[in-house]
Design a protein around this ligand. Sequence first.
Ligand SMILES: O=C(O)C1=C[C@@H](OP(=O)(O)O)[C@@H](O)[C@H](O)C1
Ligand SMILES: C=C(OP(=O)(O)O)C(=O)O
Length: 426
Amino acid sequence: MSTLTLQPIQRVEGTVHLPGSKSISNRVLLLAAMAEGQTRITNLLDSDDIRHMLNALQALGVSYQLRADRTECVVDGLAGFFQCAVPVELFLGNAGTAMRPLTAALAASNVTAHLKGEPRMYERPIGHLVEALQQWQADIEYEKEPGFPPLTIRGQALQGGLVRVNGSISSQFLTALLMIAPMLSGDSTIEIVGELVSKPYIDITLALMQRFGVDVQNDDYQRFVVRGNQRYQSPGSILVEGDASSASYFLAAAAIRGGTVTVTGIGKNAVQGDIHFADALAEMGADVEWGEDFISVTRNQLRGIDKDFNAIPDAAMTIATTALFAKGPTCIRNVYNWRVKETDRLAAMATELKKVGAEVEEGQDYLKITPPARLQHARIATYDDHRMAMCFSLVALSDTPVTIEDPDCTRKTFPNYFSLFQSLSR
Ligand SMILES: O=C(O)C1=C[C@@H](OP(=O)(O)O)[C@@H](O)[C@H](O)C1
Ligand SMILES: C=C(OP(=O)(O)O)C(=O)O
C-alpha cells in the first residue's frame, strides 16, 4: 500500500482557491439533465464522485460537453425523466450523492437500471429511501442484502402523493425524494419520521431546486409540500460554490499553525452548512474573517469545545484532529451517522487518534478527545475514507511527522488535496 509521510510544518500561510462543492456539483448535474434547456456549469468539481454521476448520465442518454480540465460542463436537458429502451448498469462507486438521487430519478423514469457500487456502498443503508419510493408505487428490488445496494429499478411513471420517510440516518433520502417530486404527475407531501439529520443539506437541495424554477413549502423540516406536474427550467448558467467541507482542512491548519489562510469560492452567504465549521473554529479561539467570497482564519490559542455537530457531519471530522491542538478536551456530539459513511468514522477516528497519543472516549454517537502533551509519529490507516486522510494531515502541524496510508483515497472529493495542503507550508 502506498503511504505519504508529511514532515513537521512550522507555519502555514496563503490562499486556496477551492474546488467546486461535491454536494452542489452532483445536484446541479442531475437537475440540469432533467431540466428544460441547456445549462452551463462552471467550477464543477472533478473527482471520483462527480465522474460517477457524469458516467451515469451519459449511460442514461444525457448529452453534455465537458471542458478538457473537467471543471466546466454544458448539459443538454431532457426536459423530463430518463428514457432508455435497453436496461442499463450504472457503477456509482461510493458516491452517496449519486446513488441516492439517481435511485429516485430512475424509479420515475422509463428505464430498467441496475445500480452498482464499491463494496462499502453495499454496507451503506438505503432502505429508508426505497421504502419511501415504494409508497409512491416504485418498483425497486434489492439484488443482495435487503436494505442495501445493489438495486434493480424498474422505472415507471409515478403519481406522487403522501409519503413518509425516516430522516434519522441520512438527509440524502429526503433530497432524493424532493428532487423528483415536482416532476411527478400529482402533488406530493413528504413527511419526516424521526428527527431529520444533516438539515443544512436540505437547504442546498431546496436552493438549487429554486435556481431551476421550483419552490417547495418547507414546514419546519417536518413536512414538505411540492406541486406536481412541473418542469425544471435551466437557469442558463450556474457557478458551483467552492467546497466548504474541503475548506475545513485549510482553515483548521491556519487555526493551528497560522499565519493566516484564506479560502476563496465561498463566503458568508454560501448555501453550504459546512461554512459554519469556521464558527466552531472561532468558538475554539481562532480569529475568523468573513467576506462575500472568502473566509480567512488566523491562529490564536485554541481551547476544547463541547458541541452538537449533527448539522455539519463532514466538517466535524476536521474538529476531531483540530482538537489535538486545543487546551482541554473536545466533545463532538450527535454524529451517530458517522457510522454509515465511507467507513465507521466513529470507530476509525477513535482508533487513529489513539495512535498519535490522544485519549479518546467513543460513545454510540459522540467522540470525546483529550489531547496528549506531545503528539507521536504514527502510521494512520485511512479506511478508503478521503476525510480520514485529509483530517490526519493536520497532525503534521506539530513537531512530529505523520504517515498517511493510501493518500490517493482523497480522489473521492479532492484529488490534489495533499499538494495544495503542502503548498501552504512556510
Ligand atoms: O446531501 C449531501 O450532499 C450530503 C449529505 C450528508 O450526508 P447525510 O445526509 O447522509 O448525513 C453529507 O455527509 C454528505 O457528504 C453529502
Ligand atoms: C459522507 C460523504 O460522502 P457521500 O456523499 O458518499 O455520503 C462525505 O463526503 O464525507
